[in-house]
Design a protein around this ligand. Structure first.
Ligand code: NDP
Length: 390
């Protein structure tokens, strides 16, 4: 029987940037946790290593062609091995006390929903799931009595600032944005951006997809949609402010004109630690903030001409229905195309905009509808990219 002092924990996307940062924190308090499920897409070697170290109950690899490798690597251990997207859902349905949803992309939606349906605590990094199916996810979380803790540094900052007042007392939420590696570049300079330049974020060390999203500023657009679902203050009351140092992670202004901000070094382990220990606080070995070294904090308005992605996202959430799911799926495929060398950097947002304008499916009612929209959007974008290539 589990020691009542230990919490059961599952990490979806364990081999990624957020997943490994989460496991770094668990190493600091190893005896407090029992690991239920760890998952990856295709990195069987990385997953097997983590499953052995943390003595995971189950290790799931989404790419079924990697099952044999994972199974061989974990032979003789107590870890059960499974493969395929359905097994991710089964693992999430085991209902760990605390689940980290850190799969990248809409592929994370089914296991995240399954974890929410267990009515436990879900720490959400997987913003694409919320962008595509925000209303559905929030309704499921509420119905199951699940606790949804935002992990994205901005949303975690807002969550922390909201401990200082009530949501109905909020006048404005300000999401800060670093501006990405091309903050000061002209459109002309951005025509020749390479994947290596786009993934080299000035402040944060992250996975490839979110790094490209930060470079186009689609990341901030996705975060705007994420904030709209998590913090119901009205879309018109959520602003975006470019703050290149990434020290203030976001702010909440109350009706009395008091503004609360959360500050910290740009290290994802800080918001993850806040979600892991919540409602307590844990000690970490992260770098404390030294404002004398930083000395200056700068702020500027986003430039919507050079970075049209934020407006695309704002329009998508205003349009509602299928549009946010189309925006997300189109962006995922366009970013993958850019990373493969098939799409130019500036074409990413052009593709998203074009698909939104040319595809109008009926409003989704359920998860199946959302997946149909997601699949059809991916097909359209892939065909469009094939057309660009020839
Ligand atoms: P990474 O690319 O570093 O890791 C992604 C993880 O998801 C890996 O474990 C990967 O497995 C797994 N994965 C990828 N595709 C699939 C799939 N189709 N099915 C199942 N598993 C899959 O991403 P990040 O850690 O950077 O980002 C994860 C999520 O967190 C994203 O939604 C991102 O927007 C969000 N986020 C990330 C931040 C960061 O600092 N990195 C900050 C804030 C939010 P494998 O290793 O086998 O490929």
């Amino acid at each position: 029987m589990t020691d009542p002092a230990t919490r059961t924990i599952s990490i979806f996307g364990a081999t990624g940037s957020v997943g490994t940062s989460t496991l770094d924190l668990i190493r600091l308090e190893r005896d407090k946790y029992r690991v239920v499920a760890l998952t990856a897409n295709s990195d069987a070697e990385g997953l097997a290593k983590l499953a052995k170290e943390f003595d995971a109950q189950v290790a799931v690899i989404a790419d079924a062609s990697r099952y044999e490798v994972l199974n061989d690597l974990l032979a003789g251990t107590g870890t059960e091995v499974a493969a395929g997207p359905d097994k991710l859902v089964d693992a999430a349905s085991l209902g760990a006390d605390w689940t980290m949803a850190a799969i990248v992309g809409c592929a994370g939606l089914p296991p995240t929903l399954a974890a929410l349906q267990c009515g436990k605590t879900v720490a959400l990094a997987n913003k694409e799931a919320l962008v595509s199916a925000g209303a559905l996810m929030m309704a499921e979380a509420q119905q199951a009595g699940a606790i949804l803790l935002p992990v994205d540094s901005e949303h975690n900052a807002i969550f922390q600032c909201l401990q200082g007042g009530r949501i109905d007392q909020v006048r404005k939420i300000t999401l800060t944005a670093s501006g990405g590696p091309f903050r000061t570049w002209s459109r002309e300079q951005m025509t020749s951006v390479t994947p290596a330049q786009a993934v080299a974020h000035p402040n944060w060390d992250m996975g490839a997809k979110i790094s490209v999203d930060s470079a186009t500023m689609m990341n901030k657009g996705l975060e705007l949609i994420e904030a709209h679902h998590l913090f119901p203050v009205g879309l018109e009351n959520i602003d975006i402010l470019v703050h290149p140092q990434s020290v203030i992670h976001s702010m909440v202004e109350y009706h009395d004109c008091s503004t609360l901000a959360q500050l910290g070094s740009p290290d994802m382990r800080i918001p993850i630690a806040s979600a892991l220990a919540w409602p307590e606080r844990m000690k970490t070995d992260c770098l404390p903030l030294d404002l004398t070294k930083i000395a200056t904090l700068n702020f500027e308005a986003p430039d919507h001409d050079r970075f049209p992605a934020i407006k695309l996202a704002r329009n998508a959430i205003e349009a509602g229905g299928a549009v946010p799911a189309i925006l997300n799926a189109a962006n995922e495929v366009a970013v993958a195309g850019f990373l493969n060398g098939d799409v130019q950097f500036l074409e990413i947002t052009d593709i998203v905009s074009h698909i939104i304008d040319s595809y109008s499916p009926p409003n989704p009612d359920n998860l199946a509808d959302i997946f149909e929209i997601d699949t059809k959007t991916r097909e359209r974008v892939s065909a469009m990219i094939e057309g660009i290539k020839v």
